[in-house]
Design a protein around this ligand. Structure first.
Ligand code: SF4
Length: 375
């Protein structure tokens, strides 16, 4: 049996702290999925009058925006006096210590290689997020912490001045390529604008991560719109509004607020047209917005490619040109990352190169052209 025992310093609050007391022993343990199993592991003990200080590593595996799940964990652990280290590195630094708890958050499927390296480096890590695989999605921060928790620690993102959060979770739809419905269920309200805004002196800029803002109860979204408008906030709804289910009242509500792009400079409203079969309902929504005073040129539309089995280049270009001819800005998302031709198309589209060079004249790397001759 191996005994590990270190003593921490006395915190200013006067709380006596005993750091990292644990015994390696063969016992009934809980694995990272919460299942009990017999095995070797470090069993921690809390001694009367002492609180153990846990050494925690928070790892943001991908994503440029602050990660809310990690911000919650940072707040929770620091409020318990734990030592928290935040990093984007998936591997261990040369002088990095051992930890009692390692967390990793991964959002995108294409981070698979980084996730693999992270898991290899930190085999006992708790990994979550939409890119972690469905089998891990039943873990939420609340389940790990053991209660509802709506506190966020921004201190690991010192350059970030905006306020970020959700007014609602869940979605009314259930698209085959998306995990929101599986993970979060039907829409429900979770925060007011006052809950999300960091307060004075922070700028009145909100990044709402809602997947279906208008999916929450009508009186709830009406209240959020009022709060945004009356509070003089600019808002970036980066995940997009659900244009397929929009009605006149929702469109007018959107027209009444200061929606912005991610830099809070240009008027930009985000939505999606992922499947050709939604053409009629998509343009009905575009028209609804236009009548409320939101022109198509304000729309940035996520356009999924590489998912539909019936997809052809002519179907892709049909969708793309239907949008660009109205002044809508398509933003291509590639589902199948092995499709290098689609990734080249994504670059051409998202960098706005289509405005200066036709696709047929766009120089694809020779290897891509050979592998995907139809591109
Ligand atoms: S509408 Fe958007 S969030 Fe909802 S299931 Fe479809 S892709 Fe996901």
């Amino acid at each position: 049996m191996y005994t590990d025992c270190e003593f921490g310093s006395l915190p200013a609050a006067g709380r006596r702290s005993l750091a990292n007391v644990g015994l390696w022993m063969n016992a009934n343990l809980m694995d990272e999925r919460g299942a009990a199993r017999q095995g070797w592991g470090k069993v921690r003990f809390e001694l009367p009058g002492y609180t153990a200080r846990v050494r925690v590593r928070l790892t943001q595996i991908d994503g440029s925006l602050p990660n809310l799940a990690l911000m919650k964990l940072a707040h929770w652990h620091r409020s318990h006096g734990d030592d928290v280290r935040f990093t984007r590195r998936v591997t261990r630094d040369l002088f990095e210590p051992d930890y009692d708890r390692v967390y990793g958050s991964v959002i995108f499927d294409f981070s698979e290689a980084r996730l693999g390296l992270f898991k290899k480096t930190w085999p006992g890590a708790i990994t979550g997020g939409s890119g972690a695989g469905l089998h891990l999605l039943r873990f939420t921060v609340e389940q790990l912490i053991g209660s509802e928790y709506e506190h966020y620690d921004y201190s690991d993102y010192p350059e970030f001045a905006d306020s970020i959060g959700f007014t609602q979770r869940g979605c009314r739809l259930d698209c085959g390529f998306c995990q929101v419905r599986t993970k979060e269920g039907r829409p429900r309200s979770v925060n007011t604008i006052a809950d999300i805004w960091r307060g004075i002196p922070w700028p009145r800029r909100l990044r709402l991560l809602d997947n279906d803002f208008f999916g929450q109860r009508r009186e709830q979204w009406q209240a959020r719109i009022r709060e945004i408008r009356d509070g003089g906030f600019r808002v970036n709804i980066t995940q997009g509004i659900n244009i397929r289910l929009i009605d006149d009242e929702c469109a007018q509500a959107l027209a009444s607020i200061q929606y912005r792009d991610t830099k809070f400079e240009r008027r930009k409203l985000y939505t999606a047209w992922d499947n050709l079969k939604d053409e009629r309902v998509f343009f009905r929504g575009v028209d609804c917005l236009r009548q409320a005073g939101i022109p198509p040129t304000h729309l940035r539309v996520y356009m999924l490619v590489g998912y539909d089995r019936a997809e052809t280049w002519s179907r892709i270009f049909y969708r793309f040109e239907r949008m660009t001819e109205m002044g809508i800005e398509p933003f291509v998302m590639v589902k199948d990352r092995s499709r290098l031709d689609l990734r080249a198309f994504q670059r051409w589209a998202n960098l706005g190169l289509y405005r200066v060079v036709p696709w047929a004249e766009y120089r694809l790397p020779e290897g891509v052209r050979r592998a995907f001759p139809s591109a």
